[in-house]
Write a protein that binds this ligand. Structure first.
Ligand code: CMP
Length: 140
């Protein structure tokens, strides 16, 4: 089914200047970018986005990392976009990510892991709404 998912290109990948290489993988896989912006997240924005992890031991490091530099937040649309994006990203820990995935090719560590993608239709809906109003998402 046609779906939308929230994708973030994280500060490590922006700093490495591989935004275009990552976008190219989405495009080659048939996903369309229907909304996108570059943002420097505030601490409150990062904490709110990752609220489901607030009791986890890595929460402070995660928020610190996500506010360490600009990110690209974007909406990808396509057939099974949520799973398709997760296949392209590879495992959360780049050491476990399959060869040829974004994290295997561009990520350093479980924190600096290049990209984020929604993990379910419910989280996609919440995460897209967290960063975008409906008027910011384009039909194409
Ligand atoms: P992301 O998909 O953005 O969602 C939460 C992030 O927390 C995850 O990617 C990782 O970058 C980071 N993280 C750090 N440590 C862990 C861990 N032990 N388990 C899961 N995520 C972790």
């Amino acid at each position: 089914a046609n779906e939308r998912t929230l994708s973030i290109i994280k500060p490590d990948a922006v700093a490495k200047n591989v935004i275009g290489e990552i976008e190219s993988r989405f495009e080659k896989a048939g996903l369309k970018i229907v909304a996108a912006k570059m943002l420097q997240l505030s601490q409150a924005q990062a904490e709110g986005f990752y609220a489901e992890h607030k009791e986890r031991s890595f929460f402070g490091d995660l928020v610190g990392f996500m506010t360490s530099g600009p990110v690209i937040v974007q909406v990808l649309e396509g057939d099974n976009a949520i799973a398709a994006n997760r296949d392209l990203m590879g495992a959360t820990n780049p050491k476990e990510a399959e060869a040829g995935t974004i994290r295997a090719d561009f990520a350093q560590s479980i924190d600096a892991n290049a990209v984020h993608g929604s993990d379910s239709p419910e989280s996609a809906e919440r995460e897209i709404g967290y960063f975008f109003g409906s008027e910011e998402i384009c039909a194409r």
